[in-house]
Design a protein around this ligand. Structure first.
Ligand code: MSP
Length: 522
């Protein structure tokens, strides 16, 4: 039954340009959104940028511009264009400097203050500007040698932390410790996968401290409404984007229509989303998110890929060679969603050739070519072979169920079963042999009808992942209606027929340049 589906990506810091780690979340969210949209759900995909805080302020200063000028520049030159590069069909793009966001954040904060959830206090601790977070000693390394020997460094950024002592406003997060534990217990799906869920439960069980939610040592942020000498802590500000973008505080009807959301985040920021965020919502008397899913890291050379460690790869480096469809397919099929995955050009190239060029692409081209050659392009409306008819249905159901669990890799593995089965069917039935025997004309009709319909079902099932290639295939198959209007959760449910037309190779062969094979992490 159609329902409502609101999915978000993290909003990205604009201190730097996007790399494939950021692109990974975008693509996963977009595939889920397209799948739900094509299942008839009232779907909304939100992404955007996180523009306040010390990290952005410092980057802007280092570049001799104001933080807002810097943010504008990066949003227009890098963060919005990457959505085009990756073929993301987002419904909204929120910037934390948008007036709609800033005014709603102030309103939310004032409400919590008025209701006694916020108090004034003092805090001293280790602060990582890269993470924009106070750190506990557990989160830090103390290297004995190297550039930072003898200094506490952040485990994520490998850079020294700073000691901050400030008079701040605090959110009484500790009040929500038990309610959070109850939430994890009563809704086991609230945080996923289980590895992340266990870590979160462990963390909360150790005891929650109140959270410092304002800063007075710099001023690039949203002003605290009752004390303009403070700005709102960047994470407190950023998390609220998920409700300010849907009209919380402004448009109650739209907010009710969209909220609650499924949040896709990297596992390194799951704590903010699964602990701080639901506590904030509980304090405001609002429903908690539907789910927080912490995906794994893309590793390059065994390490988390990142710009700060110079292992960053820009998405366009890949899409310029392989195209956006292959990018989307590769990262979502080669990596179990929820686990870390290593990226290499060799693996990408090998899978592109085997699974897309030789597997799916070639199947589409052969089927179109055979219908052209043996039936003048007209698809026979014959009865189809039961085995493939059944498989189309089974694969559709299994893929849809996997998407429901955010197991995108499993969904793609299901669809691949149909590709393999159809390729096997071509070999077994050998239409070119049937075509030579006029007594087999009816059988050839059945085989061609079965193949045509099966490939059409593949086009529908793959359309949320590879919108461009499947649109070309759909047109060449001569199927009726827009591909985007096909119900992906009933991909098998279409009449047989149509007139095919020429199809260029969907995934042309690619020769990798020597430097791309040798130096994956430039
Ligand atoms: N601005 C915050 C998020 C606020 S959401 C209310 C932030 N931004 S970020 O730009 O630093 O990172 C955004 C996301 O990119 C995180 O989910 C992080 O896990 C992800 N990734 C960064 N490097 C990554 C990989 N190497 N692999 C996969 N994801 C990675 O945090």
């Amino acid at each position: 039954m159609p329902g409502s589906f609101y999915i978000t990506t993290p909003i990205f810091y604009v201190n730097d340009v996007p790399h494939i780690g950021h692109a990974y979340t975008e693509v996963a969210a977009d595939v889920l959104a397209r799948w739900h949209r094509q299942s008839g759900d009232d779907t909304w995909l939100l992404t955007g940028t996180d523009e306040h805080g010390q990290k952005i302020e410092r980057t802007a200063a280092a570049n001799g511009v104001t933080p807002k000028e810097w943010a504008d520049r990066l949003v227009e030159s890098a963060w919005k264009p990457v959505l085009e590069t990756l073929d993301i069909a987002n419904d909204d793009f929120i910037r934390t400097t948008d007036t709609r966001h800033e005014s709603a954040v102030a309103k939310f904060l004032q409400q919590l203050y008025d209701e006694g959830h916020i108090y004034e206090g003092e805090y001293e601790g280790y602060y990582c500007v890269g993470c924009e977070e106070y750190k506990q000693l557990d989160d830090l390394d103390l290297p004995e040698e190297g550039e930072f020997a003898g200094q506490y460094v952040c485990k994520i950024h490998s850079r020294p932390v700073e000691i901050l002592k400030e008079k701040n406003y605090f959110f009484r997060m500790s009040d929500f410790e038990q309610a959070l534990l109850d939430l994890y217990e009563s809704q086991p799906d609230f945080v996923q996968p289980d590895s992340v869920r266990n870590e979160i439960i462990q963390f909360v069980k150790q005891g929650l401290e109140d959270l410092s939610i304002s800063r007075s040592s710099f001023d690039w942020g949203i002003k605290v409404p009752w004390d303009e000498t403070h700005v709102v802590y960047v994470w407190f500000d950023a998390l609220l984007n998920y409700i300010t973008a849907t009209g919380w505080g402004e448009d109650a009807e739209n907010f009710r229509r969209r909220w609650p959301a499924t949040h896709l985040v990297g596992k390194d920021i799951a704590r903010f989303h699964a602990v701080i965020w639901p506590a904030m919502l509980m304090a405001a008397g609002l429903p908690v998110p539907k789910q927080v899913f912490g995906h794994g890291w893309l590793l390059v050379g065994g390490e988390k890929m990142s710009k700060s460690k110079l292992t960053g790869i820009a998405p366009a480096q890949i899409t310029d060679v392989f195209g956006s469809d292959a990018f989307r397919y590769y990262f979502l099929s080669a990596i179990t969603f929820g686990q870390d995955g290593s990226f290499s050009w060799e693996d990408l190239s090998a899978r592109y050739t085997a699974e897309l060029a030789n597997g799916f692409g070639n199947l589409g081209s052969r089927v179109v070519a055979m219908i052209e050659k043996y039936r003048g392009g007209v698809v026979p409306t014959a009865e189809r072979d039961a085995e493939i008819v059944e498989l189309e249905r089974a694969v559709t159901d299994a893929a849809d169920a996997a998407i429901g669990k955010l197991a995108i890799h499993d969904a793609l593995a299901e669809v691949a079963k149909l590709v393999d089965a159809l390729n096997g069917y071509v070999t077994d039935q050998a239409p070119w042999v049937l075509a030579k025997d006029p007594a087999q004309a009816e059988r050839l009709d059945q085989v061609l009808a079965t193949l045509h319909h099966g490939v059409g079902t593949l086009a529908v099932l793959y359309s949320p992942v590879m919108p461009k290639a499947t649109a070309k295939l759909w047109a060449a198959l001569g199927e009726s209606g827009d591909l985007a209007d096909q119900r992906v959760n009933r991909a098998w449910d279409r009449p047989v027929g149509g007139t095919v037309s020429a199809l260029e190779p969907l995934f042309p062969r690619i020769e990798l340049a020597a430097d791309e094979q040798a130096a994956p992490a430039s």
